[in-house]
Design a protein around this ligand. Structure first.
Ligand code: WTA
Length: 644
């Protein structure tokens, strides 16, 4: 793929050149003295109650133990709120842009602090204590950030569940971390439609007997049934709450949040992040990678239900005293000019989105972009999947008017924040390459035996040593943490991604090498979709793979074998799609379902996914060796009945 791409020189300025040079200096400093480096960054970025003296205590071997700043104490909400009150109490902390054009709101640091303290006290009143888990299932409204910060203030661990997930998925995530409280809203608005979050919560809670309280934020004003003794109206709770809530003193290694993410096997994992290291990483990367300067308006279009929303809508920007924009809607509502209208309206300086959004908007041409001036824009960013050169070029020249540097940020839920990314002003850029590791990050490309490769290389991407923002464990299952990330290549963190390093040392992420797929920037385990399909009473077996999709990056292709005697009808196809929607959510619905009388298996019964991927991608001329299959004839059937 990216071999043919030419170097691109980003626009620069003395100011940007200076910032880029500073990052190069930081990289050298981190390489020379990792502990001294992080001590300094931790002290300057975060408000500590007790400053840390032990900086790094990490091992990727054996039981895998990762500790940063372990004797320090702090509260994340103080770094995001209290310490800004004196200097920027009246500055806008969050600008909220509603789904409907014209609906907007904002909150200053002072107001946000008050709201967080009141809600924190309300949560205490509901019995929430340090270490308890609080599930947040909310639309993109300011109260979502309030709920996160209020949990952090009292030492509760939040678990935000994306509002697009089904009741079934929500229930699984509540049960796994044993949340006692759920914070939700009556409904969510998205692209002119309504999503019944409270009704979904009620449905989920039928299987979550340990939930004792539900807090409901009135977002659309819809009438929703309230269960007496369990359900509480948010406005009533906070109206009665005191605005004085001393922050809980947390150890740096105490968990700040859990966020569920898909892996190649099993149910989603609760990725656990801690207070000290995560906050340092969020602040560090938000400032460096976006070249954030005080007073600027920063807009990340992600949902708070994903890690990008955690780190780059809430914690990073607020730690840095930024004004962060929160958008309730979607890029195409009411039309595909919406994002750029919002940029003009709020004079956004830094804009961060996913390649899938860029590709979707690109299809509608330049006109919806050109309706806006976008003169406020200074830096553009992307995240979630490799960006194809065409999309990069369009983003650069049409959206950014060839004025704004683009940062292609590679990272994962597990990494807490960016690990490999250009910084504004760095030259040259190469469209499609995430370029170089950030200061203190040690990527390694290994071959299939785990041997590190030097120089130009193509293989699996690992990280050789810890960084402060790294996840610490899988909630409640440390063995799974070790097995998933540290057992493939001993002593290394394995990312699950493939990568190439070119002659200039630039990294090119080539995509997942495991059974995780990236659909419209949403991470999905094929095993989860298979498990949903398999729970339908007509399905005998299924296999799900990703295939290249023009807009989504990857689409979901499902091969389904029906039980004996069940007729393969159009109606059943629709029913299965609806089934997956109900089991997981709309983001998991297969783009293609192909009936498979049989699946290609080895003689020991293992499904040969390599072959299924090739068929889905229409690369049927390069299926490779099929002689080891138990029944090679199934492949011919699948090829001839392949769905376009
Ligand atoms: C992919 C999202 C190429 C990658 C922050 C990774 C990327 C997965 C990039 C994590 C990028 C993310 N270039 N691929 N700039 N950013 N990815 O956990 O496959 O939702 O492993 O975190 O997205 O997805 P997750």
């Amino acid at each position: 793929m990216p071999d043919h791409v030419d170097y691109a020189s980003q626009p620069t300025s003395p100011r940007l050149t200076e910032s880029a040079a500073r990052v190069a200096t930081l990289r050298a400093e981190a390489a020379a003295d990792i502990e001294g480096f992080w001590k300094r960054e931790a002290m300057s970025r975060i408000a500590w109650v007790k400053p840390p003296t032990r900086i790094k205590n990490t091992s990727f071997e054996g039981d895998v133990s990762i500790k940063w700043f372990e004797d320090g104490t702090l509260n994340a909400s103080v770094s995001c709120l209290d310490r800004h009150l004196e200097t920027r109490g009246d500055q806008t902390a969050i600008i909220w842009e509603g789904d409907e054009p014209g609906s907007q709101d904002s909150v200053t640091y002072r107001d946000l602090h008050t709201r967080v303290c009141k809600f924190a006290n309300a949560l205490k009143g509901l019995g929430v204590r340090k270490g308890d888990r609080v599930t947040i299932y909310m639309p993109m409204v300011i109260e979502a950030a309030v709920a996160m910060l209020a949990s952090a203030r009292i030492g509760a661990i939040h678990s935000v569940v994306f509002g697009g997930f089904s009741p079934h998925s929500l229930a699984g995530r509540i049960q796994d971390c044993k949340s006692s409280v759920v914070i939700t809203s009556d409904e969510a608005r998205r692209g002119g439609k309504r999503v019944p979050l409270k009704a979904n919560t009620d449905e989920a809670l039928k299987t979550c007997p340990d939930v004792t309280a539900v807090v409901v934020v009135a977002v659309t004003g819809a009438t929703v049934p309230m269960v007496a003794g369990r359900d509480h109206d948010y406005a009533t709770l906070v109206a009665d709450a005191s605005a004085d809530c001393p922050p809980e003193e947390m150890g740096a290694e105490d968990p700040l949040f859990i966020l569920y993410t898909s892996g190649s096997t099993g149910t989603p994992k609760g990725v656990q992040h801690t207070t000290g290291g995560y906050m340092v990483w969020a602040s560090f990367t938000h400032e460096l990678v976006f070249d954030y300067r005080p007073g600027e308006i920063f807009w990340c279009t992600a949902d708070v239900g994903w890690v990008t929303g955690h780190t780059y809508i809430v914690y990073g920007p607020l730690a840095n005293g930024a004004t962060t924009l929160m958008f309730e809607g979607v890029p195409t509502y009411p039309d595909s000019g919406r994002l750029w209208e919002v940029v003009d309206k709020h004079k956004v300086e830094i804009f961060y989105t996913a390649p899938t959004a860029i590709r979707a908007l690109m299809r509608d041409g330049d006109e919806p972009v050109k309706r806006s001036s976008r003169t406020s824009l200074r830096v553009l960013g992307t995240v979630g999947e490799p960006i194809n050169p065409e999309a990069w070029e369009w983003y650069y020249s049409v959206v950014g008017d060839s004025r704004c540097p683009i940062v292609d940020t590679w990272w994962q839920t597990e990494t807490g924040g960016h690990l490999i990314s250009p910084v504004p002003g760095m030259n040259p850029l190469k469209p499609g390459s995430a370029t170089l590791p950030l200061p203190g990050v040690k990527p390694l490309i290994v071959d299939s035996n785990g041997t590190p490769l030097e120089g130009e290389a193509d293989g699996h991407l690992c990280i050789a040593d810890s960084w402060p923002g790294q996840m610490r464990t899988v909630f409640g299952d440390h063995d799974r943490f070790i097995k998933t990330y540290f057992s493939t290549y001993k002593g290394l963190y394995f990312t699950g991604d493939g990568a190439r390093r070119d002659a200039d040392g630039y990294y090119w992420i080539t995509g997942r090498v495991d059974d995780v797929i990236n659909v419209s920037g949403h991470r999905m385990g094929t095993a989860e979709v298979e498990s949903a399909l398999g729970s339908h009473h007509h399905v005998a077996e299924s296999a799900v793979v990703g295939y290249p999709h023009d807009v989504k990056g990857q689409g979901i292709y499902a091969y389904v074998t029906l039980k004996h005697g069940v007729e393969a009808t159009e109606a059943l196809l629709k029913e299965l799609a609806g089934w997956v929607r109900k089991e997981i959510g709309p983001i998991a619905v297969p783009d293609v379902i192909q009936w498979a009388p049989g699946l290609p298996k080895t003689r020991s019964g293992k499904i040969m996914r390599r072959i299924l991927r090739k068929i889905a991608a229409n690369e049927v001329d390069s299926l490779g060796d099929t002689s080891t299959l138990a029944d090679p004839a199934v492949v011919d059937d699948l090829v001839s009945n392949r769905k376009k």
